[in-house]
Design a protein around this ligand. Sequence first.
Ligand code: ARG
Length: 459
Amino acid sequence: TKQKLWGGRFTGKTDPLMHAFNQSLAYDQRMHAADIRGSIAYAKSLTKVGILTLEEETKIIEGLAVVGQEWVDGKFQIQPDDEDIHTANERRLSELIGPLGGKLHTGRSRNDQVATDMRLWLLDEVVEIEAGLVALIRVMVERADNEKDYILPGYTHLQRGQPIRWSHLLLSHAFSFNSDLERLRQLIPRISVLPLGSGALAGNPFLVDRNFLAKELGFQSVSENSLWGVGDRDFIIEFLMWASLTTTHMSRMAEDLIIYSTAEFGFITLSDAYSTGSSMMPQKKNPDSLELLRGKSGRVFGNAAGFLMSYKGLPSTYNKDLQEDKEPLFDVVDTVSACYRIAEGVIATIEVHPDKMRQALTMDVLATDLADYLVRKGIPFRETHHISGRAVALAESRKCQINELSLQDYKALSDKFGDDIHDLFDFEASVERRNAIGGTSRQMIERQVSVLRASLAGK
Ligand code: ARG
């Protein structure tokens, strides 16, 4: 008769609802490969300390390879008593190789096993996520490099402020994602700490070589305290918080693009591939891709906050509450990966309308340049700001643009205005003047592009 792996001290049966409530196999089976890898390394470490013979080790590793292949082929038969990926794999191993399978867990606990699996699994996923992030930033940088000629109003408070290059706006979002890339890379050493060999909580009495295990599994370091090793999930919290921030950047970029795609702005058109229609209003083309990109940040931070609440207040070491780390983590990994791929496609296929951007450039966005003109003639900025404001008010009262005021009008505001004033009303010249590092001049756009390219290359 089948019994649970931990059934020895039990006489009563698990309530069926309790079994369902307790099981995690439904979702932690996606860590099957990490679990098998960890077990193979552990078997090797047991041989090194004389718990297994080389022959036994070979049999166990061959058995584990079969189990792993069953998962890959979708042929693994889940049994009603399987609780999680660890018990399922061990149960199947023993079916395949007999009682020898029962030697594998010597000195090991599911507590150090699950912490190891989670870290191994996440390290692989981080590589994928990093690739998706790099691909997104690359598309943004390529567009920015190709579309430097387009000038549009830059906004503060969603009010027209100063002219900027379209590339400058795209790159501003790319820099947010680039900081996410840096932060993601910085998480890796803290994920890459090996808990295996911590046992249930107190450490490993068979003196398995934990440095050997770390090397086998590609970990950068070994946990120095076994209680910490089995109880720590900071690496998951950090990843979830990282994901909350990157999806927040995503939502802010999406919001800019949603606004720019309205008929009222008309700066961009989303491709059909990333838009959807209305079931009632035939004319509609809705930016659903961008709205979902904007909305997903809520779901991601909800997962982060949710697990942090489960983590809070736990006593030392392993408690079953920690099983609640999995669904949020898996959901966030899937969500962030999907967001990067969709955003990459959206950005790559946007149609840009430089003519509409140009139409939105009213002359008042050069009012700062007008004030700066007088600064160059020696007047303190606080005064020139006021004079330029008076010019704006005058144009407004005459229902004209500030470049349509006469030289006499200007001279009446300040005798420092001269014939060269009308050269000022040039958007291209305005953006080119912003040539200090970080500015919107062509040269500074090129600088941003090369800084980001170096970062993408890992430099
Ligand atoms: N399924 C468990 C989890 O995900 C594995 C660890 C179980 N350990 C234990 N002592 N019950 O956290």
